[in-house]
Design a protein around this ligand. Structure first.
Ligand code: DC
Length: 230
């Protein structure tokens, strides 16, 4: 590949449970690049706010301002003040709090700025797949490579159900997960700031019927053909 093409930003947006995280990670690996999971940043602010009992948007934004974010080049995980917060970011309470805090402009402003700075720094040397909800619309609107990965809600609920079952979680049903997915989609889509929306110039990929490896290959081929066409 030509030297000037070594680093670039790929934006990958879409609702939760569409296979976005898996696709982003595999795509980053197959490009020999890095993944930047922006949802993990919202989750980190949510987790630490819950742990400190912070209840006001101004306190959440202040907390976000005090945190440093980086990507661990080896594992691809987001480091918060140099620490990997791991599974603590993945609980249902944190998911719900992350969705709540992400409604506020003050919080988004801080995190959007951090995401841009980090993405720009990393993309000087590596292809960086930036995964989130507003990456192609707000954070990196000028990226040449934009994707919107989605799947039908029922398919997303079935997948989540299987994941939770495999983890041994009891007392769940596809119907209750589907209700929660619809609620969260609605909350993420109707919020006033940076709502979940497909960028006009994004390639839309529906993973409902396409196996993940095929999706990744499709995205990779798309990127490579565009790189070669310059
Ligand atoms: O992708 P995720 O489920 O880890 O994201 C957690 C929450 O953060 C989700 O409710 C949407 C929000 N989020 C956002 O508003 N903007 C982003 N760029 C990434 C995530």
């Amino acid at each position: 590949m030509k030297r000037k093409n070594r680093g670039f930003v790929v934006t990958l947006d879409g609702p939760s449970g569409a296979g976005k995280s898996t696709v982003s990670k595999l795509l980053a690996d197959s490009l020999g690049g890095l993944l930047m999971d922006t949802g993990a940043m919202y989750r980190a602010v949510a987790l630490l706010s819950l742990e400190s009992g912070l209840e006001r948007p101004s306190a959440w934004a202040n907390l976000a301002r005090r945190l440093s974010f980086d990507v661990d080049v080896k594992s691809g995980v987001i480091l918060v003040n140099d620490a990997n917060l791991g599974d603590r970011l993945r609980g249902e309470q944190v998911s719900s709090m992350a969705s709540r805090i992400s409604q506020f402009t003050s919080v988004r402003k801080v995190l959007t700025g951090r995401q841009r700075t980090l993405g720009n720094r990393l993309s000087k040397r590596h292809p960086v797949v930036v995964e989130g909800r507003d990456i192609g619309t707000v954070v990196f609107p000028n990226s040449r490579f934009k994707f919107f990965v989605t799947a039908q809600p029922k398919v997303r609920a079935d997948r989540r159900y299987r994941q939770l079952k495999a983890k041994g979680v009891k007392g769940i049903s596809v119907a209750s997960i589907l209700r929660e997915i619809n609620r969260r989609d609605r909350q993420d889509s109707i919020r006033k700031v940076a709502p979940l929306r497909c960028p006009e110039d994004a390639v839309i990929v529906d993973t409902s019927k396409m196996p993940i490896p095929q999706v990744v290959l499709f995205l990779k081929n798309h990127i490579e053909s565009k790189l070669l066409s310059v």
